[in-house]
Design a protein around this ligand. Structure first.
Ligand code: XIL
Length: 385
């Protein structure tokens, strides 16, 4: 045996002796990292958070992250740009695209081994002024040209880097709106211009996105779309129509913006299953659970517990349906939550303003930890096969 081999062996023995020593000497080795949402996610389930790149990620330095950035990188393996890919931000003028916020999200994700859900390409809200103004005079052909250019440009720029895209967002009205559940041919400028055949426009929107990025999984996405109700019935019928038309529709997203003011619709798993049976992926895309707060601005113990239960029920539905690809919270800390700016409610996320983990966080962690690949152990025995 040659000298160098012997030396290598001695070196190997002493290295393992040091490792063994380190195991018995307290403090000789760093503690193993604590389990977190990302580390406990079963199968290939993505656990995501929304993040506003323009506000929170510009100038990110991986060697010197803010506390917010450190948690975002540690707890999640998926990011959704909260605003950066919306029309108003990414396409502020007819011939001007501004990718700065979106690029910041992509770069952060890349640096931290995370994937990105794109949001969103066709919506009635957060459109730039020029769209609102110009759309008043659009023919359907003109609207189609503008939408196709936008979709090809934005989806094309990030082709191969975005695993799911919310192609069409909130395209149905609510039950309680005048006219009931029907496509938003009033408020959505593109659907309005093509009101004679809005389904043809939707079908093409999916085709344009698919052409620009054949790998991306393409979603319909909406709120009040968790359980089986009139709105999700309309989505179910639309999905069938789009699929029959050959549209590359691949997924259905329930946003999951809940409020403790209302009850929880227990049919979420059944709803996910019916879309999965159409061959679609399903996702919880924007989970948060808000609540009216007392005069001191604080929730009571019962609300805190109920919030944890609701977050968890949405996750359980996802864990129990093998086609569920992602569970995303719409921001993880109350300081950045969109809720207080829009509703007279708060305490909607899984961490306080000081990043203290709420019972909702621990409920999610526990369910992820308990889950076995593809199935949750809470699935009744017999269904586990
Ligand atoms: C919200 C953002 O969180 C806010 O910052 C913004 O001011 C308004 O939009 N449904 C959606 C999301 O699909 O894009 C919305 O995000 C929340 C409701």
């Amino acid at each position: 045996m040659s000298q160098p081999t012997t030396m290598r062996r001695v070196a190997a023995i002493s290295a393992s002796a040091i490792t063994a020593l380190a195991l018995v000497v307290p403090g000789a080795q760093a503690d193993p990292p604590e389990p977190n949402l990302r580390s406990e996610a079963p199968r290939d389930l993505k656990i995501g958070s929304a993040v506003w790149g323009q506000r929170d990620l510009l100038g990110y330095d991986p060697k010197n992250p803010t506390e917010f950035q450190r948690i975002l990188a540690t707890e999640f393996n998926s990011l959704t740009p909260e605003n950066d890919m919306k029309w108003a931000e990414i396409h502020p003028e007819p011939d001007v695209y501004d990718f700065s916020g979106a690029d910041a999200v992509m770069a952060f994700a890349k640096a931290n081994g995370q994937e990105v859900r794109g949001h969103t390409l066709l919506w009635h809200s957060q459109n730039p002024q020029w769209v609102t103004t110009a759309s008043a005079g659009w023919t359907c052909d003109e609207a189609r040209d503008v939408l196709e250019d936008h979709i090809s440009t934005v989806v094309g720029r990030y082709a191969g880097e975005i695993y799911e895209w919310d192609v069409a967002n909130e395209i149905f009205q609510d039950d309680w709106d005048a006219g009931g559940v029907r496509l938003r041919t009033g408020a959505n400028p593109f659907l309005k211009a093509c009101a004679e055949d809005p389904v043809a426009l939707l079908s093409d929107a999916f085709k344009w996105a698919h052409e620009a990025d054949p790998e991306a999984v393409l979603f319909l996405n909406d709120y009040n779309a968790e359980g089986i109700n009139n709105k999700t019935d309309a989505y179910y019928a639309l999905a069938q129509e789009l699929l029959a038309d050959g549209a590359p529709l691949h997924g259905f997203g329930a946003q999951g913006h809940l409020s403790l003011q209302y009850g929880f619709d227990e049919s979420i798993q059944e709803n996910f299953e019916r879309f999965a049976d159409l061959g679609l992926k399903v996702s919880v895309t924007e989970a948060d659970v808000r609540m009216p707060l007392g005069e001191d601005g604080e929730p009571d113990a019962e609300q805190i517990a109920l919030q944890a239960e609701r977050y968890d029920k949405m996750l359980e539905a996802c864990l129990n349906v093998a086609s569920c690809t992602s569970y995303t919270v719409w921001g993880f800390d109350d300081a950045r939550s969109w809720v207080p700016g829009v509703f007279p409610e708060g305490y909607a996320t899984i961490m306080t303003e000081e990043y203290e983990k709420k019972p909702a966080y621990f409920a999610l962690l526990e369910s992820l930890t308990d889950a076995t690949p593809g199935k949750s152990p809470r699935t009744p025995p017999g269904l586990n096969g």
